[in-house]
Design a binder for this molecule. Structure first.
Ligand code: GLN
Length: 485
């Protein structure tokens, strides 16, 4: 059962080939057996899952089942789950049990999905390797000496290892697409404002966006149809009808204009990765798509602009963790100042502290205009690059990240090397555009991701292109050794 896609599992449930309780138990057993190899899941909610599965079976029997009724999924541990610890990968929130559900969690509940547990992640979603998690790093199922990517590395590894057919994730600078690429699965970061951020622990509020991870584009379409909604509890959520993403999957790609930015094939791009991406583009060209060379001239400024804006917003968002209201509190504080400073020093890891320091500095009086103001201007330039490109093309494609999964510790001492992992993904967040990663090849037995970027609210189009690509290729069906049997 674990080799089937969400679409196939929905059919299996509806035709009574198996029940949701059987399906849920099957995945719980796999998690018990295999998760110790990967550390992808940090909380398993077996009892609640089986209860929800039994309820789903009743709805299925009664014939009034919603879209994902009885399908087991995992939530990234950044989404608040009522009564279930939500740690955000941090010691700071190791004891935090939210009294409410995030809107995304609520939407999946309404859709009948069964929650198996919560996935591991970089602390407060800061990282590209999952090495910053308080709960230890996640192993990449393709090579357990390598990172799964981050920050949604737990969700990506869990889907790749078939511990769940789908999982939620978030993307501030690449955290859905990069781990999806490194683990050989499909992931989608929607347009900013498409998915509610309410109850999703904030990192950088103007960049954060939740989205689905699954094995295929079709499954991402099923998940996004449930996940996206207008939510008046999130003032940046956009009131716009959620299209039926699955209905849009049947269009062929002939006549599709694919922009190929020269800046995305710059030096630093792994040769095998480039070859795999070029082969994927040629395949689409064979199907009648047109490749158009384009330029996104300010691409090189996106990482520097992001590393001012994201830490600035993070430093403001994370100021709420003060040892007073909730979360970690140090032992025996001498006074209030000591309570604040020791709780934060002991509760936050090194990368989070680094970002808070950078952000506080950039926002301080006297530096604000020079750093934050400047970065916002650069952001506008990046946005305009895309606006201009979309005047002549329908989608933009290139690699998701510069190279396949790397070994643990190999970028540990050099934060900038790690920051460059997101060189092809960050601009999309700065502009607020939707982007996907789709498996498109292997280098040294490790997966490569093809990135597909769309115009605002054009999720249906990029999902369709990805789906069409998956109809003529088999990369998304590949499984790490020992996982598919
Ligand atoms: N790797 C980037 C960072 O560390 C992006 C993380 C993310 O998208 N959450 O900020």
């Amino acid at each position: 059962m674990h080799n089937r896609t969400i679409a196939e599992l929905i059919n299996g449930l509806q035709s009574k080939e198996f029940s949701s309780v059987e399906l849920t138990q099957h995945f719980l057993d796999r998690i018990g057996d295999l998760n110790p190899n990967y550390n992808a899941i940090i909380t398993v909610t077996a009892e609640q899952a089986l209860k929800a599965a039994a309820a789903a079976d009743e709805r299925l029997a009664a014939g009034n089942a919603p879209a994902m009724c009885g399908i087991p999924i995992l939530h990234k541990d950044i989404f608040c789950t009522n009564g279930v610890r939500t740690s955000c990968g941090s010691k700071m929130l190791d004891n935090f049990i939210p009294p409410y559900n995030a809107t995304v969690v609520e939407n999946f509940e309404q859709a009948g999905a069964v929650v198996l547990g919560k996935t591991n992640m970089d602390e407060f979603a800061m990282g590209s390797s999952n090495e910053t998690s308080f709960y230890g790093s996640v192993q990449n199922p393709w090579d357990t000496n390598c990172v799964p990517g981050g920050s949604s590395g737990g969700s990506a590894a869990a889907v790749a290892a078939r511990l769940a057919p789908g999982a939620t994730a978030t993307d501030t600078g690449g955290s859905i697409r990069q781990p999806a690429a490194l683990c050989g699965i499909t992931g989608l970061k929607p347009t900013y404002g498409r998915v509610s951020r309410w109850g999703m622990i904030a990192f950088a509020s103007s960049l954060d966006q939740g989205g689905p991870m699954a094995r295929t584009a079709e499954d991402c379409a099923i998940m996004l149809s449930c996940m996206a909604s207008f939510d008046d509890k999130d003032s940046t959520c956009i009131d716009r009808e959620v299209p039926d993403y699955c209905a849009a999957l049947g269009q062929d790609v002939s006549g599709l204009r694919i922009g190929v930015p020269s800046e995305y094939f710059s030096k630093g791009l792994n040769e095998g990765t480039e070859q795999a991406v070029r082969t994927a583009l040629a395949k689409l060209e064979e199907q009648g798509a047109e490749l158009v060379e384009i330029s996104l001239p300010n691409t090189g400024l996106s990482v520097p602009a992001y590393y001012v804006i994201a830490p600035a917003e993070a430093s403001a968002n994370l100021s709420r963790f003060d040892g007073v209201k909730y979360g970690y509190r140090c032992e025996d504080p001498k006074d209030l100042q000591d309570l604040y400073s020791r709780s934060r020093a002991e509760g936050f890891g090194e990368e989070v502290q680094r970002r808070i320091l950078i952000g506080t500095y950039c926002l301080s009086a006297g530096y604000y205009e020079a750093y934050y103001g400047k970065a916002q201007q650069v952001r506008q330039l990046i946005q305009r690059d895309f606006e201009k490109a979309f005047e002549t093309v329908d989608v933009i494609m290139g690699p998701t990240c510069p190279s396949p999964a790397f070994k643990f510790g190999s970028k540990g001492d050099d934060p900038v090397a790690m920051y460059l992992e997101d060189i092809y993904t960050i601009a999309t967040n700065l502009a607020g555009l939707p982007g996907m990663s789709v498996p498109c090849g292997m280098v040294d037995n490790k997966p490569v991701g093809l990135q597909i970027i769309g115009n605002y609210f054009d999720e249906a189009r990029i999902l369709n292109v990805a789906h069409q690509y998956q109809q003529i290729t088999e990369w998304h069906d590949q499984a790490p050794e020992g996982v598919a049997s």
